[in-house]
Design a protein around this ligand. Structure first.
Ligand code: GDG
Length: 463
């Protein structure tokens, strides 16, 4: 039987941590458990010495972790992945800082990782590569003569040609992507953007609805919206609030609004704060009666743009609280901290509105987690950006344009006043989708397809 080999930039350190791990890490672990296999990724360490891979075993899963040199971390991770691809793929060309040497470093690290992985891979293993750090990974494996089936899932959006054309190595990136047997995207718009970009740089022959031949390769391109694990989220959410928080909840009369995001400029945090300010200005009846909690743990703190957004948020939070606070009431709680997953799900359940307004997002799991945490008899309301992949599925949320602060303020007012019957109806419709398209469905459909799609390196199959 073929094993599964997962490659991702970061390897989840999972030992004994199942309860606190995010749904994605658990989903990947479960697929590795099903087939037996190997997880290969960065251990988060930097070392100038070429250290051997760190191996450990848990049940039938092997882990192999590498460290990076400082220059590799800078070029591959900080610069090309997070200061070129991440901003560009989230439509922020203004934040892109491209240097040819970073791109070379990015490709070099991908090639080095493929070389280190190769001795651990058996002929029949299936490889599942994750995310934007590893666009060239299959191409690097093919150069080494690896003939395994290799699939790729992109967790973030894929931009249209107006944006993608601005990337100097756009042709090389697309050609390397065609070395994958299967490419999975979060949304149909991403899939269409990829095909459009590919058609602009080379001849693409359509072999079937989602199968193409380009650069003399077969490639299958499909949509797999990522999901959550609703049962385990409900269990966490139903648990008792820790005494301190329960006490706080009892003290806080009035309604609560919650947002949880990595502190990232793609998540639309300053725009969201301003929309909340507009709510307080235009709907003064809510003053004194509502509180907004924004949890935003620091992320990629060594990238300048992330330091800038943090400063901006601190200023905005201070300004809004300075303007509206009274002796009895603070309108906005900005918490720049990481919280336990089980606590987050409980907080979601106790909040009346989930406010999720990224400017661009591949999917956005927080939106699904907020809904899955709710009490079915008295659920809260989800306000969701149209520009999150999740908006394709959660059409019963209050969908908003995150750039329209009046529109978001009016959705907030509507959510705070929404009758219970309507809240239940919307919640049920969203839970139907969340339950059907859960994380198990996501991983199984991707892996079943990867085993079945045409594979260019099997005898007798020519594009
Ligand atoms: C990328 C794509 C796509 C957040 N703060 C804390 C915490 N979180 C957890 C959330 C959620 C996860 O992190 C964030 O997932 P998102 O999907 O919302 O966003 P990204 O991190 O940008 O993820 C995204 C995703 O990949 C999966 O494909 O949906 O579009 O950008 O699970 O709950 N968890 C804990 N403490 C925190 O303070 N424990």
């Amino acid at each position: 039987m073929s094993r599964l080999v997962v490659v991702s930039n970061r390897i989840a350190a999972m030992e004994g941590k199942k309860e606190s791990a995010g749904g994605l890490a658990v989903g990947i672990m479960d697929s590795l458990k099903d087939a037996g296999g190997l997880w290969f990724g960065w251990n988060g360490n930097i070392s100038e010495e070429e250290l051997p891979l760190e191996h450990h075993q848990q049940d039938n899963i092997s882990f192999a972790a590498f460290s990076l040199k400082q220059s590799e971390y800078d070029q591959y991770y900080l610069n090309f992945s997070n200061t070129v691809i991440w901003p560009a793929f989230h439509y922020r060309l203004d934040l892109v800082q491209y240097q040819r040497e970073d791109y070379d470093g990015y490709c070099h690290v991908n090639e080095k990782l493929a070389r280190r992985l190769k001795p651990l891979v058996k002929k029949d293993d299936i490889l599942w590569i994750h995310d934007y750090h590893l666009l060239p990974f299959a191409a690097a494996c093919r150069k080494l003569g690896m003939t395994n089936r290799i699939g790729f899932f992109l967790h973030i959006p894929f931009p249209t040609s107006e944006i993608f054309n601005a990337l100097p190595p756009r042709k090389e990136l697309l050609e390397m992507l065609c070395e994958y047997d299967l490419i999975g995207f979060q949304a149909e718009t991403d899939r269409l953007a990829f095909i459009e970009n590919l058609s602009l740089v080379t001849d693409v022959e359509e072999l079937g609805e989602d199968q193409f031949s380009a650069y003399g390769k077969f490639v299958t391109v499909r949509v797999y919206p990522i999901g959550v694990e609703p049962d385990s989220i409900r269990e966490l959410a139903e648990g008792r609030l820790p005494p301190k928080l329960a006490h706080l909840r009892d003290k806080l009369n009035g309604q609560l609004i919650i947002s949880v995001d990595r502190l990232d400029y793609s998540k639309g945090l300053p725009e969201r704060f301003q929309a909340y300010e507009t709510l307080l200005e235009n709907y003064p009846q809510h003053r004194g009666n509502i509180r907004y909690f924004q949890i935003a743990p620091t992320s990629r703190g060594d990238v300048q743009a992330y330091q800038d957004i943090r400063h901006e948020l601190e200023m905005e939070a201070g300004r809004i609280n300075g303007h509206f606070s009274t002796l009895e009431w603070t309108p906005l709680f900005y918490l720049n901290q990481h919280y336990e997953r089980s606590l987050l799900m409980k907080i979601f359940r106790h909040c009346d509105v989930g406010l999720v307004t990224p400017l661009r997002d591949g999917m956005n799991l927080v939106a699904k987690e907020y809904v899955a945490s709710q009490n079915p008899a008295d659920p809260g309301v989800l306000i969701l950006s149209r520009f999150a992949g999740a908006a394709n599925e959660l059409t019963s949320a209050l969908l908003v344009n995150p750039y329209d602060r009046d529109g978001v303020a009016s959705a907030l007012d509507k959510a705070l006043r929404m009758p219970q019957a309507e809240r239940i109806e919307r919640y049920k419709a969203m839970m139907d989708v969340i339950t059907k398209n859960d994380i198990v469905h996501w991983r199984k459909s991707f892996l079943n397809d990867l085993k079945a799609v045409p594979h260019q390196l099997e005898p007798g199959q020519q594009p």
